[in-house]
Write a protein that binds this ligand. Structure first.
Ligand SMILES: *Cc1c(COP(=O)(O)O)cnc(C)c1O
Length: 395
């Protein structure tokens, strides 16, 4: 692989490839839409007025820059210095707003009046519905029937925000089926609709475009670390579902000597247990059985329940620039409680994966400076943890 250890993340090649991964595996009918989007994104990103419009919204609406927080109590317990990038403090409670505001503004600039999105746990659906409300656009969110039942509150939030929620009844009736149906909607309505994809996956230009919209969090963290530490951290850790919050923070440190660590749920370890395959328009590591059937991911955190991973993570894993580890649900619940109790910050279950890995690896991290991307807040997960602890007689 040509990537050397101290190089910044690069754009993919002209066909959307990151080494052996990525690309644009879509039906003929979707090709023009992908090409139109790629061209529009390139033009918008080169246009200072678009960048200013987005920067203004990120600052005045989403609340950027998010702070960098030192964790004195946790650091003392674990024996390494822990810093958190506080994406939990953004409007709507996670990093997702960065991508969604970027795509919604881009869609508006392309003359589209409607956003289509998929959602699993509902967080990306809520973020998309939020941006649509702000910009006066129509919004239609596809969600698997199983998830609609599991995530009633987020379904209600989306409706409050003016979005239509459509139940995906095909396949396993979860996230991957919602993605298929959202893509089908996009093919049929591309004249006036934009497909607002929620992570660094899908056909080119999505993995690269979504990464670009999240680079803001990495570059903020880089300059905050420079100011606070006078250098870069030794280790940068983030949870990986599709991989957008991780790629955002990695982008700020890829050209530094920092170790980059992505943490997957043990039941959804696309990089750890996957083999390369094509799904949802790009080639990447993927959990599949011996016949190439995509397996269901299973994790305590609905936001990480995706059997695939963005193609750039597969590339970073294959090239050795980043490594990918996994943690169990039990370790995650412990980490969730630990940060709450020691620092007064209730994390979402997704970034609790990153914390859990740091906690488990404390011996090898002794004396180091560790930056963790706190991708979201835990309010949405409190009910689930209460129920779990009650069942175990621990609450
Ligand atoms: C959606 C979500 C994730 C997983 O998505 P990535 O694309 O892997 O970042 C992680 N953390 C939070 C808080 C989320 O809402």
């Amino acid at each position: 692989m040509e990537l050397n250890e101290n190089e910044a993340l690069k754009p993919p090649d002209a066909s959307g490839r990151f080494g052996d991964f990525g690309g644009r595996f879509v039906p003929e009918t979707l090709m023009p839409a992908c090409l139109e989007l790629e061209k529009a994104f390139n033009e918008a990103w080169a246009d200072p007025s678009f960048r200013k419009q987005l920067d203004d919204l990120l600052a005045d609406y989403a609340g950027r820059p998010s702070p960098l927080t030192d964790c004195p109590n946790l650091s003392e317990l674990l024996g390494c210095r822990i810093l958190l990038k506080r994406e939990d403090l953004n409007h709507t409670g996670s990093h997702k707003i960065n991508n969604v505001l970027g795509q919604a503004l881009l869609a508006q600039r392309m003359g589209k009046t409607r956003l289509v999105a998929e959602t699993g746990a509902g967080q990306h659906g809520v973020a998309t519905a939020t941006a649509a409300a702000l910009l006066g656009m129509e919004c239609c969110v596809y969600m698997g029937e199983v998830d609609v039942e599991r995530q009633k509150l987020n379904v209600f939030r989306m409706r409050l925000l003016g979005a239509e929620v459509r139940t995906a009844l095909s396949g396993s009736r979860t996230l991957k089926d919602a993605i298929n149906e959202a893509m089908r909607d996009w093919v049929a309505t591309v004249e006036d609709s934009h497909y607002c994809l929620g992570s660094v996956m899908g056909p080119h230009p999505y993995p690269w475009m979504v990464r670009t919209f999240h680079e803001v969090l990495g570059s903020e963290a880089r300059s905050q670390c420079q100011e606070r530490l006078g250098t870069t951290p030794d280790v940068v850790v983030a949870c990986v579902g599709g991989g957008s919050n991780a790629i955002g923070i990695f982008s700020g440190f890829a050209d530094s000597p920092a170790d980059l660590v992505g943490v997957e749920p043990a039941g959804g370890a696309a990089v750890g247990r996957g083999v390369p395959g094509v799904v949802h328009g790009s080639r990447s590591f993927l959990m599949q059985d011996e016949f190439g059937q995509v397996l269901e991911a299973e994790s305590i955190s609905a936001g990480l329940d995706y059997p695939g991973v963005g193609p750039e993570h597969s590339f970073l894993a294959a090239s050795g620039r980043a490594r990918y580890e996994s943690v169990t649900d039990t370790e995650v619940v412990e980490a969730f409680q630990l940060l709450s109790r020691l620092e007064g910050i209730i994390p979402a279950l997704e970034p609790a994966h990153a914390l859990a890995w740091v906690s488990r690896e404390r011996a090898s991290l002794a004396g180091k400076t560790v930056l963790i991307n706190l991708s979201g807040r835990g309010d949405k997960d409190v009910d689930q943890i209460l129920e779990l602890l009650e069942k175990e007689g621990r609450a």
